[in-house]
Design a protein around this ligand. Structure first.
Ligand code: SF4
Length: 386
């Protein structure tokens, strides 16, 4: 029987050192391996020429470097790219690259499906299948970074020479899934993104987006305080509990208190609030006033920025996008109250890559009651809190 080989994409920097020492190798070999894999995109050990031949042979026997295979790739007319990746068991996840003039952002999935079931989101409608592994999360960055580099080299050799090597400057854990319900695997991937021998991204260029898993927000602050985005979508508990069912478990007062604590650890000492704007649901001037009260005058005022996201309609949802003039009016009320507020430009909607449209195809199906009980189990298992 052949032994199962270790996927080196699954190992964070500390684990890779331990792995090398387990092979009777010096710790610096881990740095060399990390450079080959994460900075040069090499998965074939025989090409890792500064490793001794004996180590290359050992690795070929007991290890591999494997990202989830791409089953489809699409390109929007605005340059946005979307890949569908096969994570086995009939589940497919999605990864999206959004190129802009000054940066390239990769939106990464963290679960196959999602158990939160937000009203605004196509992923939530599918139910939850399973957590992704660290290899499947960092594998999305690994695949996308080197696919993009290869594209540039093959289409425009001169541009490839001019441009800096790295194509992805920012990563957001904002694709399919709730990252804080897959905490350990996500933190493993985050450590590789931040590591100088991995992707070398600064903390402010890596964002975790959560629907508000309060105990894990505190744990993220302790273990890996990257930028935090919170999907708020409503200024009151009554409305938010309808849009984001997790609010019934962690209402706004608890969430705001956690965000305030997090802001002390966050890059630029602030939290980003995402507010998806739906016509006639949460977008009135009165809602904007309530939001100002919540963020500025509530029991826990939070240093923050607000990002308004025009809702992206999807099949089966009766919700509609807010009118542009109402979005502007909402923005003005927040800005007049001194809250920095931006409006997100919709990207990639011709390939269903815009916010809230990622759906992949997952096999698991769970009802809401079970999802909420599983959420409780997840945070107890992962955090030991409460
Ligand atoms: S918005 Fe995020 S947390 Fe909510 S259902 Fe979609 S993927 Fe899950």
């Amino acid at each position: 029987m052949t032994a199962v080989r270790t996927n080196l994409l699954d190992l964070n920097p500390v684990q890779l050192v331990e792995y090398c020492m387990g092979l009777d190798e010096k710790p610096f070999r881990a740095r060399q391996l990390q450079r080959w894999i994460h900075q040069l995109g090499i998965s074939d050990f025989s090409q890792m020429t500064n490793l001794a031949k004996s180590l290359r042979a050992k690795l070929a026997d007991c290890a591999l470097v494997a990202a989830p295979p791409v089953v489809a790739a699409q390109r929007s007319k605005d340059g946005t790219r979307k890949w569908l990746l096969d994570v086995g068991g009939g589940d497919v996840i999605e990864t999206v690259f959004i190129p802009e003039e000054s940066r390239g952002t990769l939106c990464v999935s963290t679960q196959a499906g999602c158990m939160i079931n937000c009203l605004i989101c196509a992923t939530g409608k599918q139910g939850f299948s399973r957590n992704l592994t660290t290899a499947e999360i960092i594998g999305q960055l690994w695949m996308a970074e080197f696919a993009l580099r290869q594209d540039i080299q093959s289409t425009d050799a001169a541009a490839a020479e001019d441009r800096p090597q790295r194509q992805i400057s920012n990563v957001v854990l904002m694709g399919m899934g709730e990252p804080l319900l897959n905490f350990d695997a996500c933190v493993g991937a985050l450590r590789l993104m931040l590591d100088d021998y991995g992707y070398g991204l600064s903390r402010r260029r890596v964002t975790v987006s959560t629907s508000g898993v309060v105990p894990m927000i505190d744990r993220l602050a302790e273990e890996c305080p990257v930028a935090l985005a919170v999907s708020l979508h409503a200024p009151t508990d009554e409305l938010r509990s309808q849009l984001v069912p997790l609010n019934r478990r962690y209402p706004l007062e608890q969430l705001m208190a956690a965000c305030r604590r997090y802001s002390r650890h966050a890059p630029r000492e602030m939290v980003m609030f995402e507010y998806c704007m739906m016509d006639g649901v949460n977008d009135s001037d009165a809602h904007a006033g309530q939001l100002v009260d919540l963020l500025r005058k509530g029991a826990f005022p939070v240093p923050c920025k607000v990002n308004l996201i025009p809702f992206n309609p999807f099949a089966g949802s009766a919700l509609r996008r807010s009118k542009a003039e109402q979005v502007r009016s909402f923005q003005k009320i927040l800005q007049d109250a001194g809250i920095l507020t931006t409006v997100r430009k919709t990207r990639g909607d011709d390939i269903d890559a815009a916010c809230g449209l990622l759906s992949g195809d997952v096999q698991g199906r769970t009802d809401l009651k079970r999802r909420l009980s599983e959420i409780t189990v997840c945070y107890q298992d992962d955090s030991g809190l409460n």
